[in-house]
Design a protein around this ligand. Structure first.
Ligand code: EPZ
Length: 432
C-alpha cells in the first residue's frame, strides 16, 4: 500500500488502558451550519466553542469567497457578512466539503440567488440533494443546472407545507434557513430532529427568527422580514463523545467525556450497556469503563435521530469485533458506509458484509497492521481498533480524521494512549 507522498500518518501502539477525562469540542455538524446561517443577517455574528478542524477552515474559505470577513481564534469566530457580494460556491470548495451546499437556503433567502457546484457523491454513497431542491422550488425558487452548477433564484421565497420524503439533516437545515425570511408560515413535516438542528434553531431565533417545534418532526417557521446578527455557543460534539467512550471501552479503561449532555446519546449509551460496558451519566458528562473479556455482541441499526447515529456505526463495529458472539450491524442511512470493513479485517476482525448488513463474529484479538482511512468516522474507528490491537498500527490518509476531530491524537495521549503523528521519511511500525 503506497504511502501518499508528504502525507502524515498516525502510529498507534496498542495494549494500554485509557483512563481520565476528555473535554469534547464544539459539534462540527452544528458549527458548519451556524457559520452559514450568519449569512441571513447583515453584520457580525459571534460563535463560541467552534472546533478548529479542517471542515471549519473550509467553510471559512467558502464564506470569505462570498465576501464575508471571518476572524477565528481560540474557539471564537466572528462572521461579518456586511460586505457579502457573491452568491457562488465554487467546485474546489464544494468538492472538499459537501456541507458547502448549505449556503443555498440562506443566500436565496437574503439575496434572492445562489449558485453552487453540484456536490456529487462521496465515499458514503450517492448523497442526493433532491429534497433540498424540491423544497426550494416549492417555495418559488427557479432551479437551473448548468456547467456542473445548480442555481436557485427567487425574488422572495414563499411559505410552504412540505412533507420531507426522508428526515434529511441537510434538507431540513437548508429549508429551515430559507423559510425564516419567506413570506408566510412554513411547515416542514418529517423533518430531521438531530440535536444540531435544535442548536441551529436556537441561533436562528436569537437572530430574530420565529420557529416552533425544534427537535420534533414538525417544524413551523413564521417568516420574518429581516434578521439581525447574534451570538451563540456551539453545543458539544456527541459523535466525538461517543468515539472517546468506545476508545475507553475497547482498551478496558475508564474514560469520562465532559461538555456533553447524555440525553443526546441515549440509544448509543443503551447499546454500550447492552454490550456490557459500565456507563455513568452526569448532567454534563458521561463515563464509560469495562472489561473487554466480559463484553457480548448486540445488533445495531443506524437511523435518523433519535435512532442510532450512523456517524458512530464504524466505532461501534470495532467494539463488536472484540465482544464475544455474533452481532448484526445494519446501515440504514447511507448506501455505502461499510467501505472501512476490509481495513478492520486487516486488523484481525471477522466481518461479512451483505448489502446494508454486516455480520460481525466477535471475540477476536486484533493485531496491528497498516490501514488506510477511507473517511472521517472510519478513520477514527481504525485508530480505536489500533488501541485495542496487539502491536503497532499505521494509519494512512489521516487527513480524513483532521476534517472532524480537533486535537485527536493529543486528546488520546492525554488519556494514556501511545499514539503519534509521523511525517514523511520516518519509518512505519517496526513490526510491520
Ligand atoms: C449530515 O449529513 C452530517 N453531515 C453527516 O455527518 C451525518 O452522517 C448525516 O447528516 C446523517 O446524520 C453534516 O452535518 C455536515 P442527510 P447530510 O441529508 O446532511 C439521503 C460526519 O461524519 N438524501 O440526512 O448530508 C442521502 O443520500 C458526516 O460528520 C436524499 O436522498 O445527511 C443520505 O443517504 C457524514 N435526498 C441520507 O438521505 C436529499 O435531498 C442522509 O442524508 C438529502 C438526503
Amino acid at each position: 500500500m503506497a504511502v501518499v507522498a508528504g502525507q502524515p500518518r498516525l502510529i498507534v501502539r496498542g495494549g494500554r488502558r485509557l483512563s481520565g477525562a476528555v473535554a469534547v469540542s464544539g459539534a462540527k455538524n452544528s458549527a458548519l451550519k451556524l457559520m452559514v446561517a450568519s449569512l441571513l443577517a447583515p453584520g457580525a455574528s459571534v460563535l463560541r466553542n467552534v472546533p478548529d478542524i479542517q471542515d471549519v477552515r473550509t467553510m471559512q474559505e467558502v464564506l470569505e469567497h462570498l465576501g464575508a470577513v471571518v476572524e477565528f481564534a481560540d474557539g471564537t469566530m466572528t462572521v461579518d457578512t456586511a460586505e457579502v457580494q457573491s452568491h457562488v460556491a465554487p467546485y474546489e470548495l464544494v468538492q472538499r466539503m459537501r456541507a458547502s451546499i448549505q449556503i443555498m437556503g440562506p443566500l436565496v433567502a437574503r439575496f434572492g440567488r445562489a449558485r453552487v457546484a453540484m456536490p456529487g457523491g462521496c465515499n458514503l454513497g450517492p448523497r442526493k440533494i433532491d429534497i433540498h431542491l424540491r423544497g426550494l422550488a416549492d417555495m418559488g425558487g427557479t432551479i437551473r443546472s448548468d456547467h456542473g452548477f445548480v442555481e436557485v433564484a427567487a425574488d422572495r421565497l414563499r411559505a410552504i407545507n412540505m412533507f420531507l420524503d426522508y428526515p434529511s439533516v441537510g434538507a431540513t437545515e437548508n429549508l429551515l434557513m430559507a423559510a425564516v425570511l419567506a413570506e408566510g408560515t412554513t411547515t416542514l413535516e418529517n423533518a430531521a430532529r438531530e440535536p444540531e438542528i435544535v442548536d441551529l434553531c436556537k441561533f436562528l431565533v436569537s437572530m430574530g427568527a420565529d420557529i416552533e417545534g425544534a427537535g420534533s418532526s414538525t417544524l413551523r417557521i413564521n417568516g420574518v422580514s429581516e434578521m439581525h446578527p447574534a451570538e451563540h455557543t456551539v453545543l458539544g460534539d456527541r459523535i466525538e463523545a461517543g468515539t472517546f467512550l468506545i476508545a475507553g471501552a475497547v482498551t478496558g479503561g475508564d474514560v469520562e467525556v465532559t461538555g456533553i449532555s447524555p440525553h443526546v446519546l441515549e440509544l448509543f449509551l443503551f447499546k454500550l450497556r447492552s454490550v456490557g460496558v459500565q456507563v455513568q451519566e452526569n448532567t454534563r458528562s458521561i463515563k464509560a469503563s469495562g472489561d473487554p473479556r466480559s463484553y457480548g455482541g448486540v445488533d445495531v441499526a443506524t437511523l435518523p435521530y433519535p435512532g442510532f447515529a450512523t456517524d458512530l456505526q464504524a466505532q461501534m463495529m470495532v467494539l463488536l469485533s472484540i465482544a464475544k458472539g455474533v452481532s448484526v450491524v445494519t446501515e440504514n442511512v447511507f448506501e455505502n458506509r461499510f467501505g472501512f470493513v476490509d481495513e478492520l479485517i486487516r486488523l484481525g476482525a471477522e466481518i461479512r458484509v451483505d448489502g446494508n448488513h454486516a455480520v460481525v463474529s466477535g471475540g477476536r484479538s486484533l493485531t496491528g497492521a497498516i490501514v488506510r482511512c477511507p473517511d472521517l468516522r472510519a478513520g477514527a474507528a481504525l485508530a480505536i481498533a489500533g488501541l485495542a490491537a496487539e502491536g503497532c498500527t499505521e494509519l494512512r490518509e489521516v487527513y480524513h480524521i483532521d476534517r472532524g476531530y480537533e486535537q485527536f491524537e493529543q486528546k488520546l495521549q492525554a488519556l494514556g494512549a501511545d499514539v503519534e503523528r509521523v511525517g514523511v521519511g520516518s519509518g512505519p511500525c517496526s513490526s510491520l
